[in-house]
Design a protein around this ligand. Structure first.
Ligand code: FCB
Length: 454
């Protein structure tokens, strides 16, 4: 038996837009995903989060499920437009009440809440002011964050400022696959900077407010291990550039108060980085209590010609391309490589020091269905989770301070541009009836938690 440390936190993660539904209920404002999902061709099947898992009305049932599965912690996100329908100014009390009910129900059931403040559903009214391209967004975000700290900071012990700022800025502003759907690499870097600034401001304010001396704050990044696809200097360079773009652009400012010079150089070949102002990096580098990692796959990179046909977005910008290595893939087409998780965990310790780490997301999509006996036999997901937990265990054995693991996701849900086509849950959701059916992986995970080991 591979045992985990005594106080290891076991949990599951979700995000507001992906599960709540109730898109216009009780005074909620429009979010950029409400808008984006209605634009033709943006989301598979024209799916929207209007109803999703209807968690807004079924949170009690869902929390009972968590309890049955032995989950000790639940990572969920707050929908900013439920709290501030216009992004700033007037507060929607009913929105606050919803999260109060969720938090109370969790605590009554002995489940520790972990709140993500921003998991992508920006109020549309904020987008109308330029969204994350607008530097003022950091102040608006701070207003929202402060309200949440004031409201729930005494009881909620764990706070995450942002979920995956790279995805927000790159998929939202660079490649355009996510809301708001822009395709401008400069906008990406700018948005990323303002997101980091928002993060730093919130951390500083969290300390100042000090609602509960035992509570902790951190950020969640989607870091990958990036490898050269082949031996050779050009391949090493390609991997290093992608690492700079995806990983170091976020980790370096947070931990070292500096952007990676190779990325600044890449950017400045085209345009000056005038959006970085005096004092910003000090603001961003507020000490955090933990780093959250969302890990799914790896990247194997090779050099490409910037002008090459078919090369777009960051690939064209950096002159690199990811290639397949022939490993087995999940339903997302993402290659399964658990050693990449081990490499990532040990790398963070090596490059950024001994910061407490949490896996805030890890999981896999498969085309699950409920069989004639009412079972969902997702053996591939069990394998995936097993292999990745084994990698976590190995990293802990080798001295990494990994404190917890949140499976993505509790429920099948709205998988952004893929709509409801991709199922990541350990619990199956029938979207017609809203029936929840725990999959084999849910029972497996329940036992892992019970044994605190594999
Ligand atoms: C992550 C997101 C999460 C989910 C998983 C599959 O990038 O944080 O919302 O979509 O991927």
């Amino acid at each position: 038996m591979k045992r985990f440390p005594k106080h290891f936190t076991w949990g599951s993660a979700t995000a507001s837009y992906q599960i709540e539904g109730a898109a216009r209920a009780d005074g909620k404002g429009e979010s950029i995903w409400d808008r984006f999902s209605r634009m033709p061709g943006r989301v598979a099947n024209g799916d929207t989060g209007d109803v999703a898992c209807d968690h807004y009305h079924r949170y009690e049932e869902d929390i009972q499920l968590m309890k049955e599965l032995n989950l000790a912690s639940y990572r969920f996100s707050v929908s900013w437009p439920r709290i501030f329908p216009e992004g700033t100014g007037a507060v929607n009390q009913k929105g606050l009440d919803f999260y109060k009910r969720v938090i109370d129900t969790l605590m009554t059931n002995g489940i520790t809440p972990a709140i993500t403040l921003y998991h992508w559903d920006l109020p549309q009214a904020m987008q109308d002011r330029g969204g994350w391209m607008n530097r003022d967004m950091a102040e608006y975000y701070l207003e929202y964050a402060n309200r949440m700290f004031t409201e729930f900071g005494d009881v909620v012990p764990s706070w995450i400022t942002l979920n995956e700022p790279w995805v927000v800025s790159y998929l939202g502003y660079g490649s355009g696959e996510h809301a708001p759907g822009y395709t401008d690499m400069y906008a990406h870097f700018q948005a990323a900077h303002h997101l980091l600034l928002a993060h730093g401001k919130a951390v500083a304010s969290f300390r100042e407010l000090n609602r509960n001396p035992d509570s902790r704050i951190g950020i969640t990044l989607n870091m990958n291990s990036t490898y050269p696809a082949k031996e050779g200097e050009a391949y090493e360079r390609a991997a290093r550039l992608w690492d700079g773009f995806l990983n170091r652009w976020f980790c370096d400012p947070v931990f070292k108060a500096a952007y990676p010079q190779d990325m600044i150089d890449a950017y400045e070949r085209y345009q000056p980085v005038s959006f970085i102002k005096e004092g910003d990096l000090q603001q961003i580098a507020q000490p955090i209590d933990f780093l959250g990692l969302n890990y799914y796959s790896t990247a194997h990179m090779e050099p490409a010609e910037s002008g090459e046909a078919g090369l777009t977005g960051a690939n064209a910008f950096l002159g690199v391309r990811g290639v397949s290595t022939g490993r087995v893939v999940t339903d997302m087409g993402w290659e399964i490589q658990p050693e990449g998780l081990y490499d990532l965990l040990t790398r963070i310790k090596r490059d950024y020091g001994d910061v407490p780490l949490y896996i805030t997301e890890n999981g896999a999509a498969y085309p699950d269905h409920v069989d004639a006996d009412g079972q969902v036999n997702d053996d591939e997901r069990v394998d995936y989770l097993h292999q990745h937990l084994a990698a976590c265990h190995q990293a802990i054995e080798d001295g990494v301070d990994l404190r917890g693991y949140y499976v993505w996701s509790l429920l099948d849900n709205f998988e952004w541009a893929f709509g409801y086509d991709k199922r990541f849950g350990i619990v199956h959701v029938d979207y017609e009836t809203q029936k929840r059916t725990p999959k084999k992986s849910a029972y497996w995970f329940r036992d892992v938690i019970r044994n605190n080991g594999l």
